[in-house]
Design a protein around this ligand. Structure first.
Ligand code: ADP
Ligand code: MG
Length: 514
């Protein structure tokens, strides 16, 4: 698909990583990865969360040792066995989690581990301060060498790390998602610094998955996916479509792979005149087997509140909920869960997952009662529930014992889905199912939703992303100010388009819906 390309500059690589492989307890984080870097280039390293970018860079830094593969600097084979060695070879890494001592001064941090000496033992404070000040001036920094690091902003702390790399005369500088915590202004400033370093001949490996940063900075890009090397592009070959395809493994337009169903299945959930006396006003609708029903609307329209009412998380003041023709008495979530209704909340960190607990424990949270006979939990069946979920949802983790908080956003979202799929729901209420997850995890979540619908699960999907609503829904309800004000798709004569949905969501179009 994509070939590795040589840059037009006729220089020799400063760094070649070849066939790098790394496993963690049997989990392959990197497999046969190549990376070639030239002096004076900004080389973007792209890939989704969990692709292996940080692991590759930690190997370069001597923080991890590769199981296989070679590293060459200026064509010379090197064995990277500890961080000090990498530094001596001119490699500096600025990690996502900055690595400074807050209670020391800027100068002390810059010289940490390589303090200047006066004579045999005396530390040359003055010399360190002078040299540090010089490097800071070079960086156009707005703080002083004597300042305490704890007083600095994140952006300034980052500059301290860059200053440390310059002081060490580093020739390869790795920045791992450096703008994640920066404001736009700070980002611009960082870009200036990066460009200046490039012009001085330093090779910069820049990790990011923000497309606009790649456009702004990158001379070349290499992509890894699932621990494998996919390919490299030169600046003139870079396009968002191409990069997304390389990162995700399929073209962007195929992201929503759901085939719209025209003929609905039988009615699974029927909601009549449901109200909470505040945000939800007499909502009535039907949800069919195998249907993905989109629930669109502006923020604050009452969509989450409607889902919570159906799930019993909030109290209804009137209305009826029927499941397969039977009226349900839902006054709390356990009633809904027993009936086979699952609600995957929008806020996966506070409401969805128990972050301190293991991934496996999170998956089984909702089925402990079911799997317990006479108070004894069948741990064998729990193990297989966990294994099946990890497998079916392609959750990428080294072991189920990994804490939920240590997973990437996309994998956390899949974990949350797994927790609710474990109850084998008939009705699945999804609230912003792909918010904050990267594009690959997104496409996998869409695939999972499509598969579930094909198996007959009735899905209600709340989403603020119109392309997602349009791409995934068989039919769409629109909510505004507490009322269900419109329906598009299905048996209506209105097509599922962003315009039709927005017309209802904003009140531009008013149709009384019974
Ligand atoms: P990226 O930086 O591209 O988001 P990482 O290199 O951090 O990805 O992680 C790649 C994969 O390796 C992930 O699935 C991650 O969970 C796993 N991984 C990384 N470090 C470790 C570790 N120390 N132990 C176990 N698994 C790890
Ligand atoms: Mg990373």
């Amino acid at each position: 698909m994509v070939s590795s390309t040589q840059p037009s500059i006729k220089t020799k690589p400063i760094l070649e990583m070849q066939g790098i492989t790394k496993t963690f307890h049997g989990f392959t984080a990197l497999h046969d990865v190549n990376l070639t870097i030239y002096p004076g280039e900004v080389h973007a390293l792209m890939g989704e969360n969990g692709a292996g970018k940080s692991t590759l860079m930690k190997i370069l830094a001597g923080a991890y040792i590769a199981d296989a593969g070679e590293i060459r600097i200026d064509g010379q084979l090197v064995k990277m066995t500890d961080p000090g060695q990498a530094r001596d070879l001119g490699i500096a890494i600025i990690y996502q989690e900055l690595n400074l001592a807050p209670n020391l001064t800027v100068a002390e941090n810059i010289f940490m581990g390589s303090e200047l000496k006066k004579g045999a033992t005396l530390i040359d404070e003055e010399g360190m301060r002078r040299q540090a000040a010089q490097v800071l001036e070079n960086l156009d920094a707005s703080f002083d060498a004597e300042d305490l690091v704890s007083k600095l902003s994140i952006a300034e702390q980052q500059q301290v790390e860059i200053a440390r790399a310059l002081k060490d005369r580093s020739r390869i500088l790795v920045m791992d998602e450096p703008t994640a915590a920066l404001s736009d202004r700070e980002t611009e400033k960082l870009f200036e610094v990066v460009r200046r370093l490039r012009n001085e001949g330093i090779a910069i490996i820049y990790i990011s998955h923000r497309m606009e940063e790649i456009y702004a900075l990158a001379d070349r890009v290499s992509v890894i996916r699932d621990g494998g090397y996919i390919g490299s592009l030169e600046r003139r070959e870079i396009s968002a479509d191409r990069l997304v395809e390389m990162m995700v493994g399929r073209p962007l337009q195929d992201l929503y792979e759901h085939k719209r169903r025209i003929t609905p299945g039988s009615v699974v959930l029927e909601v009549t005149n449901l109200s909470d006396g505040r945000k939800v006003k007499s909502a009535s609708f039907q949800l069919h087997a195998g249907e993905i029903l989109g629930l669109a609307g502006l923020v604050g329209a009452g969509r989450t509140e409607l889902a919570r009412l159906i799930f019993g998380a909030d109290r209804r003041t009137s209305g009826e909920i029927k499941l397969q023709g039977r009226s349900l008495n839902i006054s709390e979530p356990t009633n809904a869960i027993e009936a086979g209704i699952a609600y995957v909340p929008e806020d996966r960190k506070n409401l969805g997952l128990l972050l301190e607990m293991s991934s496996g424990e999170n998956i089984t949270l909702n089925v402990l009662d079911r799997e317990a006979k006479a108070g004894i939990i069948n741990s064998k069946s729990l193990v297989s529930i966990v294994a099946d979920a990890i497998n079916n949802l392609a959750i990428r983790l080294a072991s189920p014992s990994i804490r939920a908080m240590d997973l990437s956003g996309g994998n956390q979202q899949k974990l949350l889905l797994a927790r609710w799929l474990a109850i084998n729901p008939k009705v699945l209420l999804l609230d912003e199912p792909t918010r904050g997850v990267d594009i690959g995890a997104k496409s996998e979540i869409y695939r999972i939703m499509s598969d579930l619908a094909a198996q007959g699960v009735a899905i209600l999907m709340i989403s603020s992303e119109l392309p997602e609503i349009v791409g995934m829904s068989d039919r769409v309800l629109v909510m505004r100010a507490g009322y269900l004000v419109g329906e598009v798709g299905g048996s209506t004569r209105e097509a599922i388009t962003q315009e039709n949905i927005m017309a209802y969501a904003t009140g531009a179009r008013e149709v009384a819906k019974s």
